[in-house]
Design a protein around this ligand. Sequence first.
Ligand code: NAP
Length: 310
Amino acid sequence: MTDGIRDLIIIGSGPAGYTAGLYSARAMLKPLMFAGYMSGGQLMLTSDVENFPGYPSGVTGPEMMMHLREQAERFGLEVEDKNVESVDFSGRPFKVVVEGETFLSHSIVICTGAEAIWLGVEGEDAQKGRGISTCATCDGAFFKDEEVLVIGGGDSAMEEATFLTRFASKVTILHRRDTWRASKVMLDRARTHEKIEIRPFRQVVEWLSDDSGLTGAVLEDPRDGSREEISSTGAFIAIGHKPITAFLEGQVETDEEGYILHKEHSMTSVAGVFAAGDVVDTRYRQAITAAGMGCQAAMDAERWLEDNQH
Ligand code: NAP
């Protein structure tokens, strides 16, 4: 850091952020990370991770994030568990505003990841946190011996449903068609579980509730528009995620959905600003791919700083 200007600020934590932190700290860039109030990203909401190399018996998401953070901090990554409110990339050094304070940096790595998408149907807002959730790991235990719904046909839905069988007496997966984005292994695990029922061609069009909370949903068959009601006191929406890029206010180029676009390797449309992990990834979205991208962004930032004599 010279004249109060950092070499590198990392915005966001998770596997991409911590790996960028590890590499840049080992490269002596003395990085500062704004990890967010909920540091660790989506892995903090994940139960068992079985597909991250190096953990032969699996590991929980929060445990893995703790390991990544500890490893990066050992080499000098400074972490502040605060949210970035806004940025100004219109001139150098770049400005990052956190709780009203402005931080300056020669380079930036953005690793803010993605967040759950809601269905957005009638009755949803009123029941968020009162029966409808996007996180089984967080809220599953509230539904002991109850019958719950899971919405979606991807790996997240299968994972949530399988996890919920620890508590719920029955889990019904509702999917809007009969082909699946879920991987075969996770779909089979759900299909063969005695507590899980899978119902294809069922789209939730309305949530039903009374004073006690959620009571069920109105389902529509997209093939013919026919409707039916299903009773349930708990529902978990697992229909995908959207990138967390609103705080950038359009200062780096994104696609229509808000995913940051890479221009040259991991560099964004702004020279000196790099991005890694789910905030750029519309395809893989794995912890291991995010970590790999975090490494790339840190190495690219280091080279860019060298080339630009910072
Ligand atoms: P995803 O694969 O994009 O699946 C989203 C699902 O939600 C799809 O079945 C989609 O239906 C459905 N959907 C989307 N919008 C909907 C709407 N408005 N109404 C009803 N259904 C809707 O998302 P994901 O399951 O979150 O997985 C994302 C990535 O993370 C994947 O790469 C996955 O492999 C990975 N992941 C891995 C693990 C693991 O390995 N442990 C766990 C979780 C996630 P359609 O198919 O009809 O579009």
